[in-house]
Design a protein around this ligand. Structure first.
Ligand SMILES: [Zn+2]
Length: 283
């Protein structure tokens, strides 16, 4: 499932490809992904609109467009859900079976494909209003982070998934950040020491920055049909597998911890898997 780094890498990839392109038609094949926007409203609003920019907030893509009339700006919100993919493809190429929305950009199509249809492509941008600070920006401050953790009696792993605490991190990068900070995922949030909070704050930023860096330097196949699990766009032929290389604990149950060589353990918290090293992450 894509988290902040995967969405950031996708935004950087799509931004220059979309800029200046005009939407000449829209084919909505799964109305569910537009909700609450209706297919009629979606097509009416976007027809003739031109892409001017693309940014990211948490795990959301924010496509900026100018309307056909008056040059008035509008925002289209994208979310990849669990299996969503967004890419450009030449018109001649057959559409994927699970294409949810296809935007006609002239010689190319912008395709939002989703095998499970848990993602979104909608004119309703209210989801971003509820998000907490961006972890890689100045809005993510250690003092405010510490205060929020002090108010929570949840296990730290579960609390970190709360998108109002900090935006964009999910199951993969919570496990990785806690491993970096050497904090047990079972530790109660309000029992972390000030030192641990500081380590965690820094670890979150480090694992995310490293993942973005990894995804930006290795060739990915954004329109490919095969996903690689992490940078699930699909690897270009001969590109290294960073799923193997980069993750220290996530999805590595039973494999040796990179620090102490003892086996990584998997536990279930809030119905989701957590991976950690019981030896290195004791506090
Ligand atoms: Zn260890």
């Amino acid at each position: 499932m894509p988290e902040l780094p995967e969405v950031e890498v996708l935004a950087r990839h799509l931004r220059p490809l979309l800029r200046g392109k005009t939407i000449r038609g829209g084919d909505v094949r799964r109305a569910k992904v537009l909700a609450p926007t209706s297919p009629r409203k979606f097509r009416q609003t976007l027809l003739g609109a031109k892409f001017t920019g693309l940014s990211r907030r948490g795990k959301y893509l924010l496509f900026q467009l100018n309307r056909r009339t008056g040059g008035e700006g509008l925002t289209l919100l994208g979310h990849l859900g669990m299996t969503g993919r967004m890419f450009l493809a030449r018109k001649q190429r057959p559409l994927p079976v699970h294409a949810a929305v296809v935007l006609d950009l002239g010689r190319e199509n912008f395709i939002y494909e989703d095998t499970r249809y848990f993602g979104r492509l909608t004119l309703d941008v209210s989801a971003v209003e509820r998000l907490g600070p961006e972890p890689l920006s100045r809005s993510f401050q250690p003092a405010a982070f510490a205060r929020a953790l002090k108010r929570s009696g949840q296990a730290i792993k579960v609390k970190l998934l709360d998108q109002t605490l900090v935006a964009g991190i999910g199951n993969i990068y919570t496990s990785e950040a806690l491993f970096h900070a050497r904090i047990s995922p079972k530790q109660t949030a309000n029992r972390l020491t000030p030192g641990q909070v500081r380590w965690l704050w820094r670890a979150i930023r480090e694992v995310l920055a490293e993942a973005i860096q990894g995804g930006s330097t290795v060739p990915l196949n954004f329109g490919g049909s095969k996903s690689d699990g992490l940078f699930y766009f699909g690897r270009a032929p001969d590109a290294p597998d960073f799923y193997e290389k980069r993750l220290r604990v996530y999805d590595r149950e039973g494999q040796p911890c990179p620090n102490c060589r003892r086996p990584i353990r998997r536990i279930t918290q809030a119905a989701r898997s957590t991976y950690y090293c019981p030896h290195c992450q004791r506090g």
